[in-house]
Write a protein that binds this ligand. Sequence first.
Ligand code: HEC
Ligand code: HEC
Length: 204
Amino acid sequence: MKPSGFNRARPSASVLAAVTMSIMSAALSCGSGIAQTMTLQERVKTCAACHGEDGNSKLPNVPSLAGQPEFFVLNQLFLMREGVRRIEAMDGIVKNMKDDELQALAVYFSKLPPKASGEKINPELVKQGEALAAKMRCASCHLPTLAGQEQMPRLARQRIDYMIDAMKAFRDNKRSGADTAMTAVIVGASDADLTALAHFASQR
Ligand code: HEC
Ligand code: HEC
């Protein structure tokens, strides 16, 4: 059966936010936003200012998007558009984008080659992180290569500073995602543990 809201004209953002567990179906009924006529190339240029010309970020605490699984990027853009994941810097950027534009961006970034960020690596922390990652089974979701899959992000070659921030946000219940998997994994981990894990993951 189709949800009864399917024919409703333009549900408000807050209505949509209330049904976050059905982001996909909610998005279907919301395709009528004001059309922005920007080509993919023009869109991508606006992203480049923060996420890097080639999708590899050079800015502290801004994630690289190159080589992220397509579904991860799409999922995060949905979460942002529906106001579930709030990112001040990106406020307004994804708000009026249609589903097919989000999809096109996800495909685009998933195909770019990921590059190391050039941040300073501490080999001792890499070793500690490797042991922790084995114990905490990061590979069971993010894959042994840490390249990510489906809704699970790539960690390999991601920025260290960003990953530390992201993990702290999960641990401290400050980042709501589509599920609570990550929070469950690292609840109780110390800042030092998270730093070691990020050093290790960036090096895969
Ligand atoms: C003004 C800077 C800025 C611009 C422009 C920008 N972003 Fe972002 N974006 C950020 C920041 C900062 C974060 C991470 C915020 C956080 O969680 O701490 C982010 C996070 C993301 C994420 C989540 C990635 C992850 O690994 O969790 C995606 C996907 C994303 N942006 C896509 C885009 C796309 C696509 C565009 C262009 C249409 C764009 N961004 C434009 C600053 C920006
Ligand atoms: C049970 C599956 C699972 C396990 C195990 C897991 N993760 Fe995750 N991780 C996820 C999911 C799902 C997300 C994305 C959540 C969301 O929707 O925001 C994520 C997101 C992340 C992010 C945010 C990256 C970004 O680009 O925003 C980091 C960093 C991360 N995980 C690191 C780790 C590390 C390190 C480990 C091992 C200690 C680990 N994860 C174990 C499922 C898992």
